[in-house]
Design a protein around this ligand. Structure first.
Ligand code: NAD
Length: 496
């Protein structure tokens, strides 16, 4: 059953169906039904009904069920990792060591954070009034997530929302809905009340769009491409919903001439190939000082040759397939067009043999591409790294910023002043120094520019999922208050 509404697995009422396939071999993982507008109505109604009690639950109560939720997830870690690996084509090592523990930690973090939602202490900003700040849940959140990290994205959307007292309807990608459904089911088993977390499996057009436009949804949070993010923004305008957008990226990876080159090469390989490059923060543009350029290209090509492509269930596999053959054709098309003006140093091929049944693509290194070319400017979302040379620090920073995106970046240097300058001047929501990719639940994730706005994870995400309310109390007890004179000069006939 592919819908989770009001605490139960159900089927869609649309009658439409689809198939979830393992991208590593094309085999069917599950048959699903696809939700439509009627299912959206039912799920939003369940979320609205659950909202008053959940939003008024004591923080300790919300925290307790989230603590149980983290424990139940941990107990079922292997089952969840297997399902995530199969539906998303992830190497099992990545699912076991990154996706599932990251999700458990995120749940555990928000179990604690739920008890630290604070308003500002009471104070007098006028002699006649006492003011206080209440931080309240926004209401019903409609959320849409992508296929690249289905489980973690479900956690990133659901946790800050419900920890702050909201209720949610999540629509995961129709390519990878299975772990989001399991996630919601386990949340309910942990004691999250029915209707607080609902999951709809459906397409963007038939389910995502009606959810974003729904008149009873107070806020939309979206993770996905910048193109779809724009349509979400338009849809949210229907009833002026609050919007939180986590969009695409094209992360620069800046290697200064004093960098530890071995560290930068290892970092570039891991940073570009994580999740087969289908990672919004993946290193995609290595901007390398000309004096180290040839050595860097050679080093990355050498390590790429040692990357193990293989079945996703094999713990020895480093690189799994792309999400689909359609997506692979898009990636391959961009690489093929780049051949006309740049040098494909290694990769750029579809592997044959036993991997031919899956949507695999070799790790691909492209050198000497023009900064204005498609492979350098557009999000590829595959295991492809472009390398560009620079001569001066100013040029490096300018190249790093020469993109419509601003999600993540890294600077590789042993010079603390260069590191400080890069972290200040690169316009991105996260800048790593001498590393690329690590994330922690305590720190925010989110973009600048066309990578969106708002933060996932950390206490900063509560800024998105709560509304600040000013409450002002009169201190005087007088009927005719001093300030009334400005509007109405009471002759003093009415006594209190
Ligand atoms: P996508 O934009 O194609 O789809 C994302 C989600 O939107 C899916 O659930 C899809 O069904 C839905 N959708 C599609 N059309 C819609 C419409 N018209 N109305 C409502 N919903 C619609 O993205 P994708 O291909 O699933 O994921 C890859 C993209 O996600 C990349 O651009 C990547 O950078 C981005 N991403 C960003 C972050 C981040 O934190 N910034 C994290 C992960 C992925």
């Amino acid at each position: 059953m592919s819908q989770f509404i009001d605490g139960r697995r159900e089927e869609s009422r649309s009658g439409r169906t689809d198939t979830v396939r393992d991208p590593s071999n094309g085999q069917v993982v599950a048959e699903i039904t696809l939700a439509g507008a009627e299912d959206v109505d039912r799920a939003v109604h369940a979320a609205r009904t659950a909202f008053p009690a959940w939003s008024r639950a004591a923080p300790a109560e919300r925290s307790a069920v989230l603590t149980t939720f983290a424990r139940l997830l941990e107990e079922r870690a292997e089952e969840i990792a297997q399902l995530e690996s199969r539906q998303a084509g992830k190497p099992i090592r990545l699912a076991r060591e990154f996706d599932v523990p990251g999700t458990v930690d995120n749940v555990a973090f928000f179990a604690g954070a739920a008890r630290h939602l604070e308003g500002q202490a009471t104070a007098e900003y006028s002699p006649d009034h006492t003011s206080s700040i209440r931080r309240e849940a926004v209401g019903v959140v409609g959320s849409i997530s992508p296929w690249n990290y289905p489980l973690q994205m479900a956690a990133w959307k659901v946790l800050p929302a419900i920890a702050a007292g909201n209720t949610i309807v999540l629509k995961p990608s129709e390519l990878t809905p299975l772990t989001s459904l399991l996630f919601a089911e386990i949340a309910t088993q942990a004691g999250v009340p029915a209707g607080v977390v609902n999951v709809l499996t459906g397409t963007g057009v038939d389910c995502g769009s009606p959810l974003m436009r729904h008149g009873d949804v107070d806020m939309v949070s979206f993770t996905g491409s910048t193109a779809v993010g724009r349509t979400v923004l338009e849809a949210a305008a229907t009833n002026a919903k609050r919007v939180h957008l986590e969009l695409g990226g094209k992360a620069p990876f800046v290697v200064f001439d004093d960098a530890d080159l071995s560290a930068a090469i290892h970092g570039a390989v891991a940073g570009s190939l994580i999740n087969a490059g289908q990672d919004c923060t993946a290193a995609t543009r290595a901007i390398v000082h000309r004096s180290r350029y040839a050595e860097f290209v050679e080093g990355v090509a050498d390590l790429y040759a040692h990357v193990v492509l293989g079945p996703t269930a094999d713990p020895a596999t480093d690189l799994g397939p792309l999400i689909s053959t359609t997506h692979r054709a898009r990636v391959a098309g961009m690489v093929d067009r780049a051949r006309e003006h740049a040098r494909v140093v290694t990769g750029g091929r579809i592997p044959g043999g036993p991997l031919a049944a899956g949507s695999y693509y070799e790790p691909t290194l492209i050198a000497d591409a023009a900064p204005t070319s498609e492979v350098v400017r557009d999000e590829i979302f595959g295991p492809v790294l472009c390398v560009l040379p620079f001569d001066t620090d100013d040029e490096a920073i300018a190249l790093a910023n020469d993109t419509p995106y601003g999600l993540a970046a890294s600077a590789w240097t042993r010079d603390v002043y260069r590191a400080l300058r890069a972290t200040r001047e690169i316009r991105a929501g996260c800048v790593w120094v001498n590393d690329h990719v690590p994330i922690v639940s305590e720190m925010p994730h989110g973009g600048m520019k066309q990578s969106g706005f708002g933060k996932d994870m950390s206490r900063y995400s509560f800024e998105e999922y709560t509304v600040v309310k000013h409450v002002m109390y009169d201190l005087t007890g007088e009927a005719a208050k001093g300030w009334h004179r400005t509007v109405f000069a009471d002759p003093g006939t009415l006594k209190s």
